[in-house]
Design a protein around this ligand. Structure first.
Ligand SMILES: C[S@@+](CC[C@H](N)C(=O)[O-])C[C@H]1O[C@@H](n2cnc3c(N)ncnc32)[C@H](O)[C@@H]1O
Length: 280
């Protein structure tokens, strides 16, 4: 698996058919492709950003001239985009069940890499009477700014607070108060290539934040992984290389960190595993 990552990070031989194909396709996307609102958003903010995730969740084809919306629909119908929409719903179902099981108890949710946190707003819209408070954290101010606008539009500003911070920074984690009941980090591990960082991060979550439950997702396989790596760009303008891992690997690290009883739901395309585990 790590060899696959190394292959994806390595440039292709300049005269190979594969290189010509991805260079041509990448150039097409960066030029004409930008007539599609989604592809333009991806190249502006990064295809690993919270902003593109929300665009994909919305699933409304938009773009310039006649061709833009058509290209956008093709983009939104890609299997990876379908999987994103699917895991959003799986995550909502899992959060909703967690809240129903802890009914009437005040609940504090912390999302450490929230993006715009569309799934959280769906929950807030449907559970207005629950004593629920949410802290949305992200390293990107742009996503938090957009998310704040949604909170204001929905009139749920009293339930949601925001914090810019690095999920991997222990100093940042120590400043999170009170300790969360449910900790969410979805869409984070796939952009971290170093296994040791994810493993240590989970140990830190267990030690510092001690949540009663944790919800995460794992990208386990993706038929478009090479296309995404060679033709798209991440938030830093670099190749958008995503790290595939077996769900069991991350579940094992979470178990080392003290979490137990994994409930695993795969999306229908078998790309993502969504996992909920109980804390200590
Ligand atoms: C793929 S998006 C997922 C957004 C959202 N959780 C969702 O699933 O729709 C990844 C998010 O992680 C954020 N991120 C990346 N590295 C981070 C870090 N070290 N600490 C906090 N957030 C991070 C990005 O800014 C981005 O919003």
């Amino acid at each position: 698996m790590s060899q696959k990552i190394e292959q994806l990070l390595k440039p292709l031989s300049p005269y190979s058919a594969k290189n010509l194909y991805y260079s041509f396709f990448g150039a097409f996307l960066r030029t004409f492709g930008r007539l599609s609102c989604g592809i333009n958003t991806g190249f502006t903010y990064g295809f690993d950003s919270g902003i593109i995730m929300n665009y994909i969740y919305d699933n409304k084809a938009r773009g310039k001239f006649g061709i833009g919306p058509l290209l956008d629909r093709m983009f939104l119908d890609q299997v990876t985009c379908k999987a994103f929409r699917s895991i959003k719903q799986i995550q909502i179902n899992m959060i909703d069940r967690y809240l129903r099981e802890s009914v009437k108890k005040p609940t504090f949710i912390v999302d450490l890499a929230s993006g715009k946190a569309d799934y959280i707003y769906e929950i807030l819209k449907s559970s207005s009477d629950h004593k629920l408070k949410v802290l949305l954290c992200d390293i990107a101010e742009s996503s938090l700014r957009e998310s704040r606008k949604i909170a204001d539009e929905l009139g749920v500003g009293d339930k949601v607070s925001f914090r810019r911070g690095d999920a991997l920074d222990t100093k940042n984690l120590r400043q999170i108060e009170p300790k969360p009941d449910l900790l969410i980090e979805v869409g984070l591990y796939g952009i971290i290539h170093d296994d040791a960082i994810v493993r240590t991060h989970l140990l830190n979550i267990g030690k510092i934040l001690c949540p009663k439950a944790i919800l995460f997702n794992v990208q386990t396989q993706n038929p478009q992984i090479e296309l995404i790596a060679r033709a798209l760009r991440n938030q830093h303008g670099e190749k958008c290389v995503w790290h595939l891992r077996p769900a069991e690997k991350i579940i094992g690290w979470a178990e080392e960190a003290g979490f137990r009883d994994p409930e695993i739901v795969m999306d229908p395309y078998n790309i993502y595993a969504v996992v909920m585990m109980t804390g200590k």
